[in-house]
Design a protein around this ligand. Structure first.
Ligand code: NDP
Length: 246
């Protein structure tokens, strides 16, 4: 039986690695892209050239109605969703002094409201079928806080509160809910940080003295998606090169 995995933001640095890993493990992989993303077709074609036939649906994960429509379309065209990876996210970094309501709301809606918006339409189906995996991609900065990220740290910490509460509610129904908290991974989001800041401020905080690789996070998503991970729920798994241990 082929399981369907929905990875939000699968065209981003981490999401793409997750899509590739799950496809290699025989999941039917579906992803989302922002309605304004003009490069979605290009990405799908590039992936197909590499041998991966993904489906992609437009979705603004921060918008409840858009998320409901997206899941309804996927279930109609592809089938019920067995694995949901809530991966789409943004940063809008600035000190709290400069933080305005617009940048607070954008980050909370895209990183935290999105988890409710996407999980809501898939969770009942998972519990009814007696099997499901919900994986929320948080961040080390949700665990330890980060200068200039009151919005992001709050949203990412909130994700794990959601994980723990929902894990309790669905534990007897074969559905697991977990959080992954990556440290700094070498994707577009992190490579947009100036190199001198990476070299002087970020890498020195990482005992392994390097950025993580998207494939390393994808491997963890694959494990949490598997049957072998059936007893693992409500966890927040850090993958950060030793940067933060809790
Ligand atoms: P990218 O910026 O490369 O990708 C982010 C993805 O999110 C894009 O595919 C984007 O899609 C999608 N997205 C953003 N806003 C929306 C929206 N409103 N609706 C739908 N999709 C949206 O980031 P990464 O791959 O680096 O990050 C992925 C996740 O991992 C994020 O949640 C991030 O917070 C988390 N993370 C990343 C770390 C890192 O070091 N890179 C460290 C810790 C956590 P589109 O381009 O179509 O808008």
């Amino acid at each position: 039986m082929t399981r369907v995995a929905l990875v939000t933001g699968g065209m981003g640095g981490l999401g793409e690695a997750v899509c590739i890993k799950l496809a290699a493990l025989n999941y039917q992989v579906v992803t989302t892209y922002s309605p304004g993303n003009t490069k979605a077709k290009e990405w799908l074609a590039a992936m197909e050239e590499q041998g991966y036939k993904f489906r992609a649906f437009p979705c603004d994960v921060s918008d409840y109605d858009s998320a409901q429509q997206c899941v309804a379309d996927i279930e109609k065209e592809v089938g019920p969703i067995d694995v949901l990876v809530n991966n789409a996210g943004i940063t809008r970094d600035m000190t709290f002094k400069k933080m305005d309501k617009t940048n607070w709301d954008a980050v909370i809606r895209t990183n935290l409201d999105s988890v409710f918006n996407m999980t809501k339409p898939v969770c009942d189906g998972m519990t009814e079928r007696g099997w499901g995996r919900i994986i929320n991609i948080s961040s080390v900065n949700g665990q330890k806080g980060a200068f200039g990220q009151t919005n992001y740290s709050a949203a990412k910490a909130g994700m794990h509160g959601f994980t723990k509460a929902l894990a309790l509610e669905v534990a007897r129904k074969g559905v697991t809910v977990n959080t992954i908290s990556p440290g700094y991974i070498g994707t577009k989001m992190v490579m947009s940080i100036p190199q001198e800041v990476l070299d002087s401020k970020i890498i020195p905080q990482i005992p392994m003295a390097r950025l993580g690789k998207p494939e390393e996070v994808a491997g963890l998503v694959a494990y949490l998606s598997s049957d072998e991970a059936a007893f693992l729920t409500g966890a927040n798994i850090a993958i950060n090169g030793g940067q933060h241990m809790c």
